[in-house]
Design a protein around this ligand. Structure first.
Ligand code: NDP
Length: 339
């Protein structure tokens, strides 16, 4: 059995789908109520691999909302993640992905120091951030989509927003080591971490977002922003490929603008239908087959019987691990989303 710990993208989103999650009484409630709501298993399903192997999974809704961070409800946010992890462990799940902000909260608030949740000792080896597969999928989306738009990576400038993050730094390593990109623009807020990354890569230039966007042929968005930013489309190059891997999305609006192609980053499509409801609730275009790459990582670890925290900590994702999970991803029938 594998598990997925997820959350919704905003209070508005949570209220609009509360009935679909099976708790209609939450629909009229405000942030305070969601802060005290317990985690729940809201979906139980089977996944069949391209190899024919079948596994079972459960989705645990943590009831965390990004507004908890924006409103400094830190205790509530951390409790959501720890309680959801304890819930997954009590369900007897072998390996559970910490989706979206779950792993960010775990790391930023050093939750590894809090092993005990009520009468349970958390076993961190039963959890994965899913970030190795996410980084791999985003890199493939860049490599596979750029040529079709007339962008030759060896001539291209690629900006990574959130470059020093767990996913962002892995994407930078891959772009530097595997693709021969001409120029790499490293964007985040903390200058020291940016300089350390640049020193590690021996490549790339540190820039602000405003400096980077007009120069970029490709923009990878992997910043941990609780709310998307507005982008002035008129300042962008044409063509420009945007791969938005944020959850919630890093870019504020969906738009159609000449020469700008936006891909949903870090999303995979499975070759067979999955009998679940949860991807309807998070608004996937093809909810029976499309899912977050981090969730797919826990499926892959279950298929491969690798019951270990494959992705853990921060900035430890190697190209070798990305190769390994990428190979498993193809073997079990997952493809990076390209439309
Ligand atoms: P991390 O916390 O490891 O890294 C976040 C990065 O974003 C850091 O570089 C941080 O640097 C930067 N950042 C944060 N705020 C800003 C800002 N306002 N402007 C510029 N940079 C900013 O996060 P992860 O790598 O784990 O996750 C990144 C994103 O990917 C999140 O949105 C997450 O929800 C999403 N995600 C998607 C998955 C999928 O399957 N599609 C799976 C897992 C995560 P600094 O603080 O210095 O600015």
């Amino acid at each position: 059995m594998f598990g997925l710990i997820g959350h919704l993208t905003s209070l508005e989103h949570a209220k609009s789908v509360a009935h679909k999650l099976g708790y209609p009484e939450y629909a009229e409630q405000g942030l305070d109520f969601w802060c005290s709501a317990p985690p729940q298993v809201v979906d139980h399903f089977k996944v069949v691999s391209a190899t024919g192997q079948t596994i079972e999974g459960k989705y645990v809704e943590s009831c965390f909302l990004p507004e908890m961070l924006a409103n400094r409800r830190i205790k509530a946010a951390t409790r959501k993640i720890l309680n959801a992890m304890a819930h997954a462990q009590k369900e007897g799940i072998n390996i559970t992905a910490l989706g979206g902000f779950s792993s960010i909260i775990f790391e930023n608030f050093k939750l590894e120091q809090i092993k005990r949740v009520r009468n349970l000792d958390l076993d961190f080896s039963k959890f994965t951030t899913g970030n190795t597969h996410t980084a791999y999928v985003i890199c493939k989306q860049v490599e596979d989509a750029a040529p079709g738009l007339g962008i030759d990576l060896t001539e291209a400038t690629v900006a990574v927003c959130g470059a020093t993050g767990d996913i962002g730094s892995a994407v930078c390593r891959w772009l530097t080591g595997r693709t021969g990109v001409k120029d790499l623009l490293l964007v985040a807020r903390n200058q020291e971490r940016l300089e350390n990354l640049q020193a590690e890569l021996k490549f790339g230039r540190v820039q602000t977002l405003d400096e980077a966007l007009p120069q970029a042929d490709v923009v990878v968005w992997v910043a941990s922003m609780p709310k998307g930013v507005e982008v002035n489309l008129e300042t962008l190059k044409q063509p420009c490929l945007m791969v938005d891997g944020g959850y919630p999305k890093n870019m504020d609006a969906t738009f159609s603008y000449p020469g700008i192609t936006v891909l949903k980053g870090g999303i995979v499509e499975h070759m067979l239908d999955i009998d679940w409801h949860i991807m309807n609730i998070v608004n996937m275009d093809v909810p029976g087959r499309q899912l977050f790459a981090c969730f797919a990582e826990s499926m892959l670890l279950e298929f491969e019987k690798l019951h270990t925290n494959f992705s853990w900590g921060r900035n430890q994702i190697t190209l070798e691990k990305m190769d390994l999970i990428g190979e498993a991803s193809r073997r079990h029938g997952f493809k990076p989303l390209l439309t």
